[in-house]
Design a protein around this ligand. Structure first.
Ligand SMILES: [Zn+2]
Length: 240
């Protein structure tokens, strides 16, 4: 079990990776990590906040699932994000979800607004992304700020058991067993949206890859698809 400080550092790193990939802009967007039955770590805001790209471990605060300080001083100088219900309801809906990334990736929002459904239009270009698309990427059709448990539950219902959902005119929510998985999955979804827009922009037609190709799109294992991919994401972060 990693320490709380190590977990804060990992959530902060996830925020910086998401920002470096253009999945969030400015001050909006946040990540969370469930640490036990009653607590989660969440990216909070402060009066000296300079944006998601500059998230520090100290910006990651321990909360109870009902949004109160999880320990003495945790909310001194920090504010809980308005959209905390996105994290809490996603975590409560599925015990395998330990980490949640709520991001505002412009390409994903644009593709959805253009009427493009995310489909498996490629294969070996990004195998985890292809499988993510094959399983389906649902859309929550409301563009609202998800600031109540009722709206959080509504978004989770729209996820239909999938690990990601597009929030129309808003952003995405990506859930995983780890911070790395939640963020890498968001990066894959963004890549699918960018490629879809690019193909349409070139006048092409989006088609699912051939059914017979799936047998030869293997899961290359976590050491390749998650560990190496995460090392790369961290390595390409701007220097402090
Ligand atoms: Zn949002």
């Amino acid at each position: 079990m990693t320490s709380l400080d190590e977990q804060r550092a990992l959530v902060a790193q996830g925020c910086r990776v998401a920002a470096a990939r253009g999945l969030v802009d400015g001050i909006l967007g946040h990540l969370s990590l469930r640490v036990d039955d009653e607590h989660l770590l969440v990216r909070c805001r402060s009066d000296t906040d300079t944006g998601v790209a500059f998230t520090r471990p100290g910006d990651i605060r321990l909360l109870t699932l009902d949004g109160r300080a999880g320990a003495g001083g945790e909310l001194d100088g920090y504010r809980v994000p308005n959209e905390l219900p996105i994290h809490v309801e996603t975590l409560l809906a599925n015990p395998r979800h330990r980490a949640v990334a709520h991001l505002h990736p412009p390409a994903v929002v644009a593709a959805d607004l253009a009427g493009i459904a995310i489909r498996p239009i490629y294969g070996a270009y990004d195998i985890p992304g292809a499988w993510l698309a094959r399983g389906g990427v649902p859309v929550y059709e409301r563009a609202v700020l998800i600031r109540t448990p009722a709206l959080g539950k509504e978004m989770v219902a729209a996820m239909r058991g999938r690990p990601v959902v597009i929030c129309r005119g808003h952003g995405i929510t990506s859930a995983g067993a780890t911070v790395q998985q939640a963020v890498l999955q968001a990066i894959s979804l963004d890549a699918l949206a960018r490629m879809s827009l690019r193909v349409k922009g070139a006048g092409g037609t989006l088609r699912d890859i051939d059914d017979t190709d799936w047998d030869d799109l293997p899961d290359l294992g976590p050491s390749f698809t998650a560990e190496a991919a995460w090392r790369h994401e961290v390595a390409r972060l701007p220097a402090d």
